[in-house]
Design a protein around this ligand. Structure first.
Ligand code: XUL
Ligand code: CO
Length: 435
């Protein structure tokens, strides 16, 4: 049976097409700067938003119409695997991502949960072998169940820590079984509500303890995915430990995890932290920690995580510029951690939303490639920092000056002349690249 009967395999038809089920910008085999668009973009679909999100919100019931519901949770889970792979093939997407609870029902015990995961991952593996589709990353959901209301590894309750550790072990076993290229930790409820009853040092030490156990277990079973840590400043906790890229890098460095961990950066999480997405990507690049991205967009008029599909070309252009500057993102990818709006409740909206996101990133890639080819931003920066390439500036960079020699210099040259940045002109030229 087909779960998406209205949709054939989506093809590139260009901007002139009247076919809504076609790519207008994403042309998988088109070569840009020596690589195909598919190789650059490494798109992934998120199981949780696409297969399990029901459209409910704090004020209303589910809206989404889905045809994979069965009579039991396990039957639904099995149907969803078929529907998901039909979707991935039709979307021409090579990768996917999931949490453990997205794919299999938790049942009444941890043992039952693990058995359900085994059954479903057998089916997923069959589909992966049949289609060549790959696992970008999986993760353990250690935030939805009430047991995690004070966090997982950061919980005050050691039994919760043990439960979380068991989920991570299973997650790594599944990663090995399915050849996962990365393994993600998103903090979830690793944060706090009130400092009055929180031992922040112990909680963060414990998070690092869990990560070290994960690295050790990966080594033991001979499976080494790239570990990724995903920052987010708030939601669900009032304060999350992995606030933003800079905070999360500091954590990675403090606990000596640099060799194994990089960042999974999400656009909407940057917004919540009061940063642009490109800021977060740039910070990660500065620390050689850019691992993968969760592609979506937030709404600047709302203060929460709206997880919209990305449709803003300027934003994706600046993000893709960072990715090109990083020499690509592999083994990471571009995972659509994005959900259709509550009013877009039809099955076909899942297809249309992913086309929109893929086209917007494809446009971003083209703009970013042109910016690089023209050395547009390079030249602006070279000119702006030119004073460090000659004279006193070059001496500073070369380590030839100290406070005393610079004081002598400054006393003789105290009438500093500044140059204008002409930033409005720069932004206006940048706009031309979007046309
Ligand atoms: C939550 C979020 C998660 C992580 C994976 O805001 O982004 O879905 O990406 O746990
Ligand atoms: Co995310």
């Amino acid at each position: 049976m087909s779960y998406f009967p209205n949709v054939e395999k989506i093809k590139y038809e260009g901007v002139g097409t009247k076919n809504k089920f076609a790519f207008r910008h994403y042309n998988p085999e088109e070569v840009i700067m020596g690589k195909t668009m598919k190789e650059h973009l490494r798109f992934a679909v998120a199981y949780w938003h696409t297969m399990t999100q029901d459209g409910s919100d704090p004020f209303g019931n589910p809206t989404n119409i889905r045809n994979w519901f069965g009579d039991t949770p396990m039957e639904t889970a099995k149907n969803r695997v078929d529907a998901f792979f039909e979707f991935l093939v039709k979307m021409d997407v090579e990768y996917f991502c999931f949490h453990d609870i997205d794919i299999a029902p938790e049942g009444n015990s941890l043992e039952e949960f693990f058995a359900n995961i085994d059954t479903i991952t057998d089916l997923i593996k069959e589909k992966m072998d049949e289609t060549g589709i790959k696992l970008l990353w999986n993760t353990a959901n250690m935030f939805s169940h009430p047991r995690f209301n004070n966090g997982a590894a950061s919980s005050n309750n050691a039994e919760v820590f043990a439960y979380a550790a068991a989920q991570v072990k299973k997650g790594l076993d599944v990663s090995k079984k399915l050849g996962g290229e990365n393994y993600v930790f998103w903090g979830g409820r690793e944060g706090y509500e009130s400092l009055l009853n929180t031992d922040m040092k112990l909680e963060q030490d414990n998070i690092a303890r869990l990560f070290k156990m994960a690295i050790a277990y990966g080594e033991k079973i001979g499976h080494k995915p790239q570990f990724l840590l995903e920052p987010k400043p708030k939601e669900p906790s009032k304060h999350q430990y992995d606030f933003d890229a800079a905070t999360t890098v500091a954590f990675i460095q403090k606990y000596g995890l640099e060799g194994d961990f990089k960042l999974n950066l999400e656009a909407n999480h940057a917004t919540l932290a009061g940063h642009t997405f490109e800021h977060e990507l740039n910070v990660a690049r500065c620390y050689e920690a850019l691992g993968s991205i969760d592609a979506n967009q937030g709404d600047l008029l709302l203060g929460w995580d709206t997880d919209e599909f990305p449709t803003n070309v300027m934003d994706t252009s600046l993000a893709m510029y960072e990715i090109l500057e990083n020499d690509g993102i592999a083994p990471g990818g571009i995972n659509f951690d994005a959900k259709v709006r509550r009013s877009s409740f039809e099955m076909d909206d899942l297809v249309l939303a992913h086309i929109a996101g893929m086209d917007t990133y494809a446009r971003g890639l083209k703009v970013a490639a042109k910016l690089k080819e023209d050395r547009f931003l390079d030249e602006i920066k070279e000119e702006r920092y030119a004073s460090y390439t000659i004279g006193i500036g070059k001496n500073i960079i070369d380590g030839k000056e100290d406070l005393e020699t610079l004081t002598t210099y400054a006393l003789e040259n105290d009438q500093v002349e500044l140059e204008s940045s002409h930033l409005e002109y720069v932004k206006s030229l940048l706009n031309d690249y979007l046309v």
